[in-house]
Write a protein that binds this ligand. Structure first.
Ligand SMILES: [Cu+2]
Length: 354
């Protein structure tokens, strides 16, 4: 077989092996479906690295194995192999070509990096704070805090990343981009989510015992759902009037007061609240009381102290006291406001005339 035929054989084997390796790499290192505009150029760059690696590896392996098999010594061959004194053209080629390839990939990487970090029109800024071991998010424009990252689809986002303790790393595989959080500085990362859905943010920098659990939900939602999220998150009990809060507690304590106390005179499991405030109530023991603040407070905290005539004891839940104390503590912690839940319920009752 002549030189030319060997060259053709090696070329064909290289192309076939490279194609096989490329598909093997793509399958072995498959990434989740991309969900940001930044993912596009990164994926193409990834693919081109796979192609390059497949070609190089295939070429070297095919050359070695081909030589071992085709140019092996035959049983009756006792000659020395030919003496080779190097080949200047070949040496220049295998120095220059890889150098150009590496420089080319360097420039390509630089261009892609510029593309995915460049400033966009009409960016929305979100602050991300990493701490051992949790994430929190702040929407400075709206003064909103959240423990999940909600982003409107197709809206360019500038993340400002800060760490309160050690190194962490912001990574949502579907968005492809990744950025370390460095204590004492603010790092930035740009993402334009392109696909509605729920994703998982994970810390990609070993940061201590709870590192593996340093996760947060990322939700990419429609513009309308995002606005709803802002409205819901902006909710503060302390922004409401006592009467409005009281109505909310009437509906939201669990089980809801509304399940047993109507506002329209109907008798459910408990007496109606219509006209409840300062009405005369006959109790099961025949005595008559005025439904004042004191009586109401006691009826909520110790329901069995006085039983209204015609109703049974032990029907009204006995543990609202604990629930109310916990809720007041939670509001104090999150809003810095001291709320008296029972006073607000009373304020609401005062609006319920006959
Ligand atoms: Cu971390």
């Amino acid at each position: 077989m002549g030189k030319f035929k060997h060259a053709i054989a090696v070329a064909v084997l290289t192309v076939v092996t490279a194609a096989g390796l490329y598909f093997l790499f793509s399958w072995m290192f498959a990434l989740p479906d991309p969900a940001s505009t930044q993912a596009g150029p990164i994926d193409i760059m990834f693919q081109s690295h796979f192609v390059m690696m497949a070609i190089l590896f295939a070429f070297i392996m095919v050359m070695v194995l081909y030589s071992v098999v085709v140019f092996r010594r035959r049983p009756d061959d006792t000659e020395d192999g030919p003496h080779v004194h190097g080949h200047t053209g070949l040496e220049i080629a295998w120095t220059v070509i890889p150098t150009l390839v590496v420089i080319g990939f360097g420039i390509y990487g630089f261009v892609v990096l510029g593309e995915i970090t460049s400033e966009q029109d009409n960016e929305m800024t979100v602050s991300v704070v990493g701490a051992q071991w949790s994430w929190s998010f702040e929407y400075p424009a709206e003064d909103i805090r959240s423990n999940r990252l909600v982003l409107p689809v197709n809206q360019p986002v500038l993340l400002e990343l800060e760490s309160v303790d050690v190194l962490h790393s912001f990574w949502v595989p579907e968005f492809r981009v990744k950025q370390d959080l460095v204590p004492g500085t603010v790092k930035t990362l740009r993402i334009t989510p392109t696909k509605l859905g729920s994703y998982r943010l994970r810390c990609a920098e070993i940061c201590g015992q709870g590192h593996a659990g340093m996760l947060a939900n990322v939700e990419v939602v429609s513009q309308a759902d995002f606005e709803q999220f802002l409205v819901d998150s902006a909710f503060r009990y302390s922004d409401l009037t006592p009467e409005e809060r009281g109505e909310k507690f009437y509906l939201e304590l669990s089980p809801a007061c509304s399940g047993c106390h109507s506002l329209d005179g109907r008798v459910l499991a408990g007496p109606t609240w219509q006209g409840i405030y300062l009405r005369e109530e006959t109790l099961a023991d025949g005595s008559v009381v005025i439904v004042d603040d004191e009586y109401i407070r006691n009826s909520i905290l110790n329901p069995n102290d006085h039983i209204v005539a015609g109703f049974s004891p032990n029907v009204m839940p006995q543990d609202y006291g604990e629930q109310i104390a916990a809720l007041e503590e939670q509001i104090l912690a999150s809003e810095g406001a001291e709320i008296d839940v029972i006073a607000d319920l009373i304020a609401f009752m005062q609006t319920l005339d006959q």
